[in-house]
Design a protein around this ligand. Structure first.
Ligand SMILES: NC(=O)C1=CN([C@@H]2O[C@H](COP(=O)(O)OP(=O)(O)OC[C@H]3O[C@@H](n4cnc5c(N)ncnc54)[C@H](OP(=O)(O)O)[C@@H]3O)[C@@H](O)[C@H]2O)C=CC1
Ligand SMILES: CC(=O)N[C@@H](CCC(=O)OP(=O)(O)O)C(=O)O
Length: 349
């Protein structure tokens, strides 16, 4: 007898989608019953992704909410911003549970969403219905809900690195500067000149300075935690690697705190959370130490000369920054162990 949860993936032919397949194939309570494509339905997914030969046998299905609801109980939408906003209402109406990986439902103020994403905002009702699924902060709210908005990749690394210190009042929120770097898979699979090998190899490229769509997402959560509006300086850079985000954050300390005290504060905050690992003082994380896994690793350095704190936080953008976190949300929604299907040791070297 098969009583597994039936799961469909829209956007299964993108980087987030194929990463969902990699993890869900090993999930003990899940069966992938439909992989969906708007451009290649009827084809085998192995045509475009030979590494999935023999893994997914069923051909790609088309994007029809009623048909999806006939095959699945829950759907992941790993679709571009703007596309999810149009697609998700029909999926919810068809009775499906939805975990959306795009930025479309994360910003709770529709006017702010339109300012940063340049697409028409979803309805206010849907924006309020979507739970912002950062499991370590809002895990209790995710439980038993039907519609989750999965956090962005940069906000995941950044917020997990900042929130405990902001909540404790140990740093001045108005002093926060975030210097973040991402591998190119963060931009998705769609071709664009900026991501060609000759453009990116042996190159570091700053982009969207002070205009990045993740700024309001980060500020929304920090404002919530701090209890008053927070604005941040946020710099994003492409670096010549495939996966990984390193977010390096700087802030002025309030009072005197040592590296040891910070480690203890963060370990207490993330006690019993399986995917945040806080480093001993003087041991800072690197992206390779989390590649292919759902871990977020965090390290600190207090500079007593300046009174400033540096926080370094790393994730794999496709796992903790997207598909792994989405499965973590699935586990919490369904009342399962948070780490089911996600106990992958990082790929090293
Ligand atoms: N890459 C990353 O590190 C992260 C990505 N995200 C977000 O996750 C989402 C997916 O990202 P990613 O996988 O990288 O993106 P990709 O560009 O790699 O894939 C997106 C997929 O969406 C599908 N798609 C495009 N238009 C439509 C449509 N109208 N209807 C249905 N499906 C459509 C396409 O497949 P097809 O043509 O076969 O339908 C495509 O393969 C995005 O919103 C992204 O911002 C979030 C965090 C991190
Ligand atoms: C390297 C790179 O280009 N990364 C993307 C992150 C995409 C993402 O996560 O965007 P959503 O908020 O729409 O989900 C970017 O900076 O826009």
């Amino acid at each position: 007898m098969n009583n597994k949860l039936r799961v469909a993936i829209v956007g299964s032919t993108g980087y987030g989608g194929v990463e969902l397949i990699r993890f869900l194939q090993h999930h003990p309570h899940v069966e992938i019953t439909s992989v969906i494509s708007s451009s290649s339905s009827g084809e085998s997914i192995a045509v475009g992704f030979p590494h999935l030969t023999g893994v997914i046998i069923r051909p790609l299905d088309g994007v029809d909410p009623v048909e999806i609801a006939g095959r699945a109980d829950l759907v992941f939408t790993a679709t571009p911003s703007g596309v999810s906003a149009k697609l998700v209402p029909g999926l919810l109406e068809a009775g499906l549970k939805v975990i959306d990986l795009s930025g479309d439902f994360r910003i709770k103020d529709g006017a702010v969403y339109e300012e940063w994403y340049k697409h028409p905002a979803p309805s206010d009702e849907l924006l309020q219905q979507a739970v912002y699924g950062m499991c370590e902060l809002y895990g209790e709210e995710v439980k038993e809900k039907a519609f989750i908005s999965n956090p962005g990749c940069y906000p995941t690394a950044t917020l997990l690195g900042l929130v405990p210190a902001v909540q404790a009042g140990w740093i001045d929120p108005s002093s926060i500067i975030i210097d973040a770097k991402s591998g190119v898979s963060g931009a998705g699979r769609g071709t664009n000149l900026a991501y060609h090998y000759a453009e990116m190899n042996e190159n570091f490229k700053a982009y969207k300075l002070n205009k990045h769509q993740h700024i309001p997402e980060i500020e929304q959560v920090l404002g919530h935690v701090a209890g008053s509006p927070v604005t941040v300086t946020f710099t994003t850079q492409l670096v010549p690697m495939t996966r990984g985000i390193m977010s390096t954050m700087y802030a002025s300390l309030v009072g005197e705190h040592t590296d040891r005290e910070l480690v203890d504060l963060y370990r207490q905050f993330y006690e019993n959370r399986p995917f945040v690992r806080v480093r001993e003082p003087g041991i800072w994380p690197s992206t390779k130490e989390v590649t292919g896994s759902n871990y977020c690793d965090i390290g600190f350095s207090v500079d007593p000369r300046t009174g400033r704190l540096t926080i370094v936080s790393v994730i794999d953008n496709l796992v903790k920054g997207a598909s792994g976190q989405a499965i973590q949300n699935l586990n919490l929604m369904m009342g399962w162990e948070e780490n089911l299907g996600l106990n992958m040791t990082p790929v090293y070297p």
